[in-house]
Design a protein around this ligand. Sequence first.
Ligand code: RTP
Ligand code: MG
Length: 139
Amino acid sequence: MATNRTFTMIKPDAVKNGHIGAILEKITGAGFKIVAMKYTQLSNRDAGEFYAVHNERPFFGELVEFMTSGPIVAAILEKDNAVEDFRTLIGATNPDEAAEGTIRKLFATSIGENAVHGSDSDENAAIEGAFHFSGREIF
Ligand code: RTP
Ligand code: MG
């Protein structure tokens, strides 16, 4: 995947709270183009694999339970400087520390249930995009 792409998930809390439309509007309004998108639900195995980097952390069990608790929206987004600009758009992991106007400030409920995921590097964006989408699902 090219380095002008990032990967996102609208997490189960934001889906349950009815924020899919508002979050997609923030994303496209900030200049990101959606090049792949699906509505899906992670299995325990999917979530464990996706967040494997955190598997020694004290919150790992909670994270897997939360991320499998309901459907999510997964998407690949395209824009210049996508990874960094998207992390700025979503705000800090903890919504209490997220800047005004960021997606997490607006829609997250807690540090664990924080509405959206954004890849943290070009390398992880490529890995995470490929985890969810085949080549013919990316436009
Ligand atoms: P993400 O990967 O979901 O975009 O979030 P992030 O980079 O801002 O944060 P990261 O450190 O990668 O943590 C991944 C997700 O784990 C949950 N978490 N819970 N209870 C806690 O202290 C805690 N810390 C992290 C959050 O859902 C976080 O987004
Ligand atoms: Mg992360």
